[in-house]
Design a protein. Structure first.
Length: 441
C-alpha cells in the first residue's frame, strides 16, 4: 500500500513499529499531490521543501518523546494563522500576508507531532459565497462544498490524512458528505478558536475531516474533548440501540439521493437489531433557519468592519452588506434570535438524550455541478446554532454515483459518546450503504 493511502491511526502505528519514516510518508503525499492537485486544486499554499524539513525533524525525535499525532499529515484551512505559511483568507486584502503566529489549534497539533502539509483552499473569509477553484475529487465538474473546500477535498483525495475546517453554517459537515469522508463539528467552543478569523462568535466551530472514526477519536484525544460520563469510550453495540430519524424543517428541499439514504439507513439499522423511530421537532424549531441567518448577519457586522474601513472595494458585496446591515436587521430581532435559540438548546439536549443518536440529513443531495456555488447548508444550520456535536458518516450515493453522507447528532458535550456510536454505525453504513471510497488516478 502506498503510504499516502494510510489513515492517521494507521500512520501512527507504522511510525511506532519503524516500518515507515515520516520523510518517506511525506514524499509519498507530495507525489500524490503533484499527480492530482492540477485536477483537485485543494491547496491555497504548499511548500514541499518545508514539508520535507518538518518530516526530517520529526524523524529525529526519539520514540519515547513522540506525540500522539507524530508524523500525521494535516491540511489547514486558510483562515487559521500558521507560522512559515501565509494566511490569506482567499481575499485580495490579505494576498501574501504571513503573520508570524500560530492559531491555538495549530499549537496543539504541533505539540502532538503533526506534519503540516499546507494551507487548504477556502471561500473568501469562509463565507457562503464565491467558492475557490477547488474541485470534487470524485467528479471535477462538481463542488467539494464550502467553505472548508480544500480540507474536505484533500482528505477525500488522499492528499492528507486529516483536515482542519470551520463551520458557521454547514462548512464542515457538507464537504464531508460531498467528498465521501467523515467530518465532525464538535460541541461549540469545545475546541480552541484562538488565532482563527472568526465569522460569528456564536456560531463558528472548529471542525475535523478524516477517513475513519478512529482518526476523529485520535483528534478528540489531542483536543481534550471529554464527556461527563466515564463509560463513553467503550464499544457501542447497534443491536438493541434506539435511534431517532429526524428529517427537520428542511425536508421539502431534500433530493432523491438524500431521501433514499435516509430510508436505506433506517432499514439497515433495523436489520442489525436497532430500533429506529421517526420523530418531528416541536413547531418552535421552525424559526431556526431565520434565527441562524439573523445571528450570522449581525455578528459578521463588527467582524468585518476593519476590512470594510480599509479596503471596502476589495470585499465581495455579500460581506460588505453585513457591515452595512443591507438586510435591515433590527437589534430587537437580533435579541429575539439569540434568546429563541438559547431556549431551544436544552430542549434539543433532552430530545437527543432519549436516543443513542439522532440520524438526520447532511446535505440536500449529492454535490451540485460547478465550483461557484458550494451547495446549501439547509440541513446543517440548525445543529450549528444549537451547538450540538455532529458527525457526517459516508456510505451512500446519489443518482450520479456521488457520495452522500448522513449526520449523527447527540446532546451538547456528548462528543465522545457520539464518536463511539459513529464507529459502530459507520462500519455498517460503509459496508452496506452502496458507496465505496475510491482512490482516483
Amino acid at each position: 500500500m502506498e503510504p499516502y493511502l494510510l489513515t492517521a491511526t494507521e500512520c501512527v502505528e507504522k511510525f511506532k513499529d519503524g516500518s515507515l519514516t515520516v520523510e518517506a510518508y511525506a514524499r509519498s503525499l507530495l507525489s500524490r499531490i503533484e499527480q492530482r492537485d492540477l485536477v483537485v486544486k485543494a491547496w491555497a499554499y504548499l511548500d514541499p521543501a518545508y514539508v520535507i524539513e518538518q518530516a526530517k525533524a520529526l524523524d529525529q525525535i526519539p520514540p519515547e518523546q513522540r506525540g500522539p499525532l507524530h508524523g500525521v499529515s494535516i491540511a489547514v484551512k486558510d483562515v487559521m494563522y500558521t507560522k512559515r505559511m501565509p494566511t490569506q483568507h482567499n481575499s485580495p486584502i490579505y494576498k501574501g500576508d504571513s503573520p508570524e503566529v500560530d492559531a491555538g489549534s495549530i499549537i496543539v497539533l504541533k505539540n502532538a507531532g503533526a506534519l503540516l502539509i499546507g494551507k487548504s483552499a477556502t471561500t473568501e473569509f469562509a463565507s457562503a459565497k464565491n467558492g475557490p477553484p477547488t474541485c470534487n475529487p470524485h467528479d471535477p465538474t462538481r463542488t467539494p462544498g464550502g467553505s472548508s473546500s480544500g480540507s474536505g477535498a484533500a482528505v477525500g483525495d488522499f492528499q492528507a490524512a486529516i483536515g482542519l475546517g470551520t463551520q458557521t453554517g454547514g462548512s464542515t459537515i457538507r464537504p464531508g458528505s460531498f467528498n465521501g469522508v467523515y467530518s465532525m463539528k464538535p460541541t461549540w467552543n469545545s475546541v480552541t478558536r484562538e488565532g482563527h478569523k472568526i465569522y460569528s462568535l456564536t456560531l463558528d466551530t472548529t471542525g475535523f475531516f478524516a477517513r475513519s472514526v478512529d482518526d476523529l477519536d485520535l483528534l478528540a484525544d489531542v483536543f481534550a474533548l471529554a464527556d461527563d460520563e466515564t463509560n463513553t469510550r467503550r464499544a457501542f453495540d447497534v443491536k438493541g440501540a434506539k435511534f431517532a430519524l429526524l428529517r427537520t424543517m428542511a425536508w421539502p428541499e431534500a433530493g432523491p439521493g438524500t431521501i433514499a439514504a435516509m430510508d436505506t439507513a433506517a432499514g439497515i439499522l433495523r436489520q442489525h437489531g436497532a430500533e429506529v423511530e421517526s420523530i418531528e421537532l416541536p413547531p418552535e424549531f421552525d424559526n431556526m433557519p431565520e434565527w441562524h441567518r439573523i445571528i450570522m448577519d449581525t455578528e459578521a457586522r463588527p467582524v468585518f468592519l476593519p476590512e470594510y474601513r480599509i479596503a471596502k472595494e476589495k470585499l465581495q458585496p455579500f460581506i460588505a452588506g453585513h457591515v452595512e446591515n443591507s438586510t435591515n436587521i433590527s437589534r430587537a430581532a437580533q435579541l429575539a434570535a439569540f434568546d429563541g435559540i438559547a431556549a431551544l438548546r436544552p430542549v434539543i439536549d433532552k430530545i437527543a438524550g432519549s436516543y443513542s443518536a439522532i440520524i438526520t440529513p447532511s446535505v440536500i443531495d449529492e454535490a451540485p455541478t460547478g465550483q461557484e456555488h458550494t451547495g446549501s447548508p439547509a440541513f446543517n444550520i440548525i445543529w450549528t446554532a444549537l451547538h450540538t456535536p455532529v458527525v457526517n458518516i459516508p456510505g451512500f450515493k446519489g443518482e450520479h454515483g456521488m457520495p452522500i453522507g448522513l449526520s449523527l447528532v447527540a446532546p451538547r458535550f456528548h462528543d465522545r459518546h457520539l464518536l463511539s456510536v459513529c464507529k459502530a454505525v459507520g462500519t455498517i453504513f460503509e459496508a452496506e450503504g452502496g458507496w465505496k471510497r475510491q482512490c482516483h488516478i
